[in-house]
Design a protein around this ligand. Structure first.
Ligand code: ZN
Length: 180
């Protein structure tokens, strides 16, 4: 982590650049920079892609609900501050991924939408908060649970909806038919 001094900004930039250039050569259309929590790291990744490739850039942050009831990343970044910083850095598509279920994504996208009305927004929600049952992580949200939040998520401003941890092809199918 950059903030902990594990790497320098220069080392991080070089690592992101190497991956982005290799992915573009391999035929990727876009770079999806996801599960971000720190603005400096996200901006470093966006710059490394933008300055060295023609890839479309997707950048999404992961937020938790705080005891105050608002949303912050692990590094204390709000959805508004994340959106401002990654749009300024040149992301083409922004949004949120992972986290603790699709219902919270409605509020997070609503917050991010305050910053920009036009930029496409992506949501890849987890299938809820995992519970450890007999040593296995089990995700509680069924395809139907996720699909029933889709209408409100689109209303909040999401343009691209998929799934993160715990989602299966059945979840994606249910989300797709809810959108249609
Ligand atoms: Zn996830």
């Amino acid at each position: 982590m950059l903030a902990m001094g594990d790497v320098t900004a220069e080392e991080l930039y070089r690592a992101f650049r190497e991956q982005a250039m290799a992915l573009e050569q391999g035929g990727a259309d876009a770079a999806c920079i996801e599960t971000m929590s720190d603005i400096d790291e996200a901006v470093c990744a966006i710059k490394a892609v933008k300055e060295n490739t023609d890839l479309e850039i997707i950048c999404t942050f992961t937020f938790e609900k705080t005891v105050q009831g608002d949303f912050k990343s692990m590094m204390g970044v709000s959805p508004v501050n994340a959106a401002q910083a990654i749009i300024a850095a040149g992301a083409d598509i922004i949004g949120t991924n992972c986290g603790n279920g699709i219902a919270r994504m409605i509020d997070i996208i609503g917050e991010m939408r305050k910053v920009d009305n036009n930029i496409p927004m992506l949501v890849h929600a987890n299938a809820g908060m995992p519970k450890n049952i007999n040593g296995r992580d089990v995700f509680p949200e069924s395809p139907g649970d996720m699909a029933k939040q889709v209408k409100e998520l689109v209303r909040a401003g999401a343009n691209i909806i998929g799934g993160c941890c715990g989602t299966t092809p059945d979840h994606i199918r249910a989300i797709k038919s809810a959108i249609k």
